[in-house]
Design a protein around this ligand. Sequence first.
Ligand code: HEM
Length: 252
Amino acid sequence: MQSTTAGEEAVVQPEEDRFAAKRGITQRPRDDRYTRVAIILHWSIAALIIYNLASGFIVWDLAHDFFRAPANGAYYLFGLTSHLSSGLTVLVLTVARIIWRLMHEPPPYSEDMKRWEKHLAHFAHFLLYAAMVLMPLSGWAILSAHPPAGSAGAATVPPPPGVPPSSGPRPGPPRIWWVMMPIPAITPIEKLGAEPGGVEPQRILHDEFAEWHEIGGWIALLLLMLHVAGALKHQWLDRHPELQRMGIGRRK
Ligand code: HEM
């Protein structure tokens, strides 16, 4: 801390305030809680990620045969559409959260937290942010890796489950965000399958994206469990008001 005298009064300027001002941080935490916006973003993103992990593993893994049965095409379309809508919402909210985080310093960690614990928490948070950006992007890439509608490439692909062959050959699955907005494909990935010769390389790319997305899902699940375990350890074993920092329960 640095003190200066201005007339009779001592003006105290904490070291961190000058640091925050230098970095252009506009609002300092008033107490040991995150800001209301950060709290709302945190819990909305958490709920959506849990939905994405659950729907992803259920639709494409645990109940794969059920969802892929031709009679259950409507369930599959619901599973896919809600999964991609929720995942893209995670991406939008994560961008908002990163911008908010850069402008609003989080409350400091409890002083009796060990150094290695703070480093581990920082590292886990960084990996979580990376997963929150890379998982939606890799999902979007999977969805884009289908021949564009009406192209010569699309004519060589059989219709997806649930769509009768009489409706003619179709490109990939529908890309609709929460029933409102069509989702554009990532153009270079989609265009690859425009010609029949590009359909097979595009399919290989699709499967690679899907594999990375699945591995990412397992890593995200692991990170989520580590994050929750860390928070609960601080709350119950170390007796820090960890959940209160994120808006759960009253401040002491
Ligand atoms: C937080 C974001 C996301 C998470 C945590 C997540 C998680 C998962 C998981 C765990 C799977 C199952 C993988 C498997 O067992 O095969 C999956 C599959 C899938 N996800 Fe996501 N996902 C996210 C976002 C997205 C987005 C934004 C899209 C599309 C725009 C998407 C499209 C897909 C597709 C198409 C599959 C099926 C892959 C296949 O064909 O095997 N995901 N996701």
